[in-house]
Design a binder for this molecule. Structure first.
Ligand SMILES: [Zn+2]
Length: 77
């Protein structure tokens, strides 16, 4: 008789541990999603090279006479 009760307690503990493990995993997933929001990534304005129509970030473009260029080679002399 005691064996059955002991077995029942072990099964109960296993189920409880399993459920807790599932909850912890779910919470971790949520934390990961909250920790890395997509909006945190800075979205930079893209500009088009006036010579070759290549799009590139504004910070990497050369601005000459109101036109953007992807490289110094494309800036008209
Ligand atoms: Zn270009």
């Amino acid at each position: 008789m005691w064996r059955l009760i002991f077995l029942g307690i072990i099964i109960y503990l296993l189920i409880a541990a399993f459920k807790r493990g599932m909850l912890t995993k779910k919470q971790d997933d949520l934390n990961v999603k909250k920790g890395a929001p997509a909006s945190e990534k800075k979205i930079e304005t893209m500009v088009k090279c006036a010579a070759c129509d290549v799009h590139l970030p504004r910070s990497e473009a050369y601005l000459v006479n109101g036109d953007f260029y992807c490289s110094k080679l494309h800036i008209p002399k």
